[in-house]
Write a protein that binds this ligand. Structure first.
Ligand code: S3P
Length: 175
């Protein structure tokens, strides 16, 4: 199927880039975290605090499964941990092109310095913790069609790189 799936750690810009990419392509934007919050009627912080991460992951996978059979041409921003489930990664490949956004631990820490809605980092988003999580998750993020380093780039630059990549996949773009 012909959608674009954005993966990457928290703070790599998946939602901002995804929204812009949707405008540039005219495709529909979908944020999986936002869908989880909408379906559950609860915030991500609440879900983690009251039900735990496993429960949240099950809701996340359920939202991803809902996308199968939906129209092509979606720009899908996934939550940073959605790649951890091998089944989810298989699903991403079925849905379309997987674009992984990257950033260093320092940059992620800086971008998330005012964020209070990332339960896994709410204890201060320590550089060491981000580094360890990135290292553990690296093979999952590497499982992508293209990886784009977002350091020193504006949202517009990253979106333009993805557009250029999509155009190299002409069949997906034109049909
Ligand atoms: C998570 C990332 C978050 C959200 C949840 C867990 C993670 O999404 O799904 O807090 O495990 O990396 P963003 O990457 O959109 O912040």
């Amino acid at each position: 199927m012909g959608s674009v799936i954005l993966t990457g750690f928290m703070g790599t810009g998946k939602s901002s880039v995804g929204r812009l990419l949707a405008r540039l392509t005219g495709w529909e934007f979908l944020d999986v975290d936002a869908q989880v919050v909408k379906s559950a009627g609860r915030s991500i912080n609440d879900l983690f605090a009251q039900e735990g991460e496993t429960f949240f992951r099950a809701l996340e996978t359920a939202e991803l499964l809902n996308l199968v059979g939906r129209s092509d041409r979606l720009i899908i921003a996934t939550g940073g941990g959605a790649v951890l489930d091998p089944g989810n990664r298989i699903l991403f490949k079925k849905l379309g092109l997987v674009v992984n956004l990257t950033a260093s631990p320092d940059l992620i820490r800086f971008r998330l310095r005012h964020s209070d809605d990332r339960p896994l980092l709410n204890d201060g988003a320590a550089r060491e913790k981000i580094g360890l999580m990135l290292r553990d998750r690296e093979p999952c993020y590497a499982d992508a069609d293209i990886r784009i380093d977002t350091a020193g780039k504006k949202i517009e630059d990253v979106a333009a790189e993805i557009m250029a990549f999509l155009k190299t996949r002409g069949s997906m773009w034109n049909d």
